[in-house]
Design a binder for this molecule. Structure first.
Ligand SMILES: Cc1ncc(COP(=O)(O)O)c(C=O)c1O
Length: 456
């Protein structure tokens, strides 16, 4: 009988994160101070983040040790399982071998605690009492609520209003872990009040919620800000997943992927899985490995955005980041995959895309739910709307193998379950879900206000 799942013993869980910066063929472009156009310094970032995370942001060390206290909490749900999707393969009648690494078994239901726990730890160690953050789908907010609970930190979460309304139980989850959660735009910050005055029905966006959380942080000495995606240190923490997967594939499943597929919002879950593999592409051991980043057609950052310096938030409070962007003023249409509605993208992913090491594809909402239902009816897992985007592409690639007769190995980064997304499934199953077109005019408008970089 062939094995359906592969798992590491707790004692074999990786004890370091992998830092791709040590192996990049060209260094990452610098993050710039918007007033001077000069690279930001650690001191510029110190009001927002603990120094340990700022140093990880720019570290060139290949491996960074995971603190013992963080490993201890990781072990409450890690290592996670690598599955072989026999039932999906059979239903598709494909010779492809489909594997998926499933992060939905963390207490919060996604990959997000991998960095939430680490960020709470480093802030606690620096004497910080309170964190603020934004959340889209509510996955990040709930993961950080759990991380803060473990280390005794207070947390205030600004949740994108459309998701706050679509997913009330995510708020209750955060509150149960002890956090405070408000819809963004909120009346609690200047940014929120200004937006509400302009548009009282504003559905919110990740960029706007980030502005509110940053403003809150800068107004208090005991508070830091925590970001659930995009930044280098977040992707670094997520590599625990890729390191486990690499070990499991090579040592237990005797397999190596031809294609790796995952969804990208800010890019953390997918990069976390593939960075330890992209290394093989950079050093020439696996030149044919394909890595496909999947995003929503309604928020097509990598597939349609220009590569430009832009703010990470909508009010223009963050440093300038070189990335594919739809413009920091872009408010994406209210698709159900709330975690994929971000105007920018992790600089590491953008850099790899620029260097031709990874690919990108955009998918429409309805097709992704169809794929998610196929997955639920074969593998049993009800996936979050975000990984449904990746499942759609896995199915497409597996069907291509059926046509060509090739037995490719496809690895899916499965970022979380959809147990709090029943309203979205209900809308899909009752025929009420619609596709949102790429809002070209709105993107054009947002791109017109890309910031000038001083001195360039
Ligand atoms: C389940 C799930 N997958 C993916 C994402 C997208 O984020 P990232 O690209 O950082 O993994 C989110 C974000 O909220 C999420 O909740």
């Amino acid at each position: 009988m062939e094995r359906a799942k592969f798992i590491l013993e707790e004692k074999d869980m990786p004890t370091s994160w992998y830092n791709i910066q040590a192996d990049l063929p060209e260094p990452l472009p610098p993050v710039l101070h918007p007033a001077t156009g000069q690279p930001v310094t650690p001191d510029d970032l110190a009001p927002l983040f603990p120094m340990a995370l700022i140093m990880q942001e720019v570290s060139q060390e290949r491996y960074i040790e995971i603190p013992e206290e963080v490993q201890e909490i990781y072990r409450t749900w890690r290592p996670t399982i690598l599955h072989r999707a026999y039932r999906l393969e059979k239903a598709l009648d494909t010779p492809a071998k489909i594997f998926y690494k499933y992060e939905g078994t963390s207490q919060a239901g996604s990959h997000k605690p991998n960095t939430a726990v680490a960020q709470a730890y480093y802030n606690k160690k620096e004497g910080i009492k309170r964190l603020t953050t934004e959340t889209g789908a509510g996955q990040w907010g709930s993961a950080l609520a759990m991380g803060c609970m473990f280390f005794g930190l207070e947390l205030k979460v600004y949740m994108v209003k459309i998701s706050y309304e679509q997913k009330p139980y995510r708020r209750v989850l955060m509150e149960t872990w002890g956090a405070k959660c408000v819809p963004s735009p909120s009346p609690d910050t200047k940014t929120g009040r200004e937006m509400l005055a302009k548009d009282p029905d504003c559905p919110g966006s990740l960029g706007l919620a980030i502005s509110e959380a940053v403003e809150d942080t800068l107004s208090r000495d005991d508070t830091h800000y925590s970001l659930g995606s995009v930044l280098n240190h977040v992707l670094l923490h997520q590599t625990i997943n890729g390191l486990e997967t690499r070990k499991l594939m090579m040592e237990q499943a005797d397999a190596y992927p031809d294609i790796i597929v995952g969804c990208i919002g800010g890019g953390s879950n997918f990069a976390g899985l593939y960075l330890p593999f992209v290394k093989d592409k950079i050093d020439g051991t696996k030149p044919d490995l394909r890595i496909i980043n999947v995003e929503p057609a309604s928020c097509p950052t990598l597939t349609k955005g220009p590569y430009a310096y832009d703010f990470g938030d909508s009010a223009g409070m963050t440093p300038l980041i070189l990335m594919y962007t739809l413009g920091h003023g872009f408010i994406p249409p209210p698709v159900h995959a709330g975690g994929l509605r971000y105007h920018g993208m992790a600089p590491i992913i953008c850099h790899l895309h620029r260097l031709g090491l990874v690919e990108a594809r955009a998918e429409h909402q309805l097709a992704t739910f169809e794929a998610g239902v196929t997955f639920a009816r074969t593998e049993g897992i009800i996936s979050a709307p975000e990984p449904n985007h990746a499942i759609k592409v896995v199915i497409d690639e597996a069907l291509k193998c059926r046509e060509s007769g090739e037995s490719k190995t496809i690895l899916l980064a499965h970022s979380g379950h959809g147990h709090f997304d029943m309203a979205a499934y209900d809308a899909y199953l009752s025929g009420k879900l619609t596709d949102y077109e790429y809002p070209e005019d709105k993107v054009k408008e947002a791109l017109a206000s890309l910031p000038e970089v001083p001195g360039r």
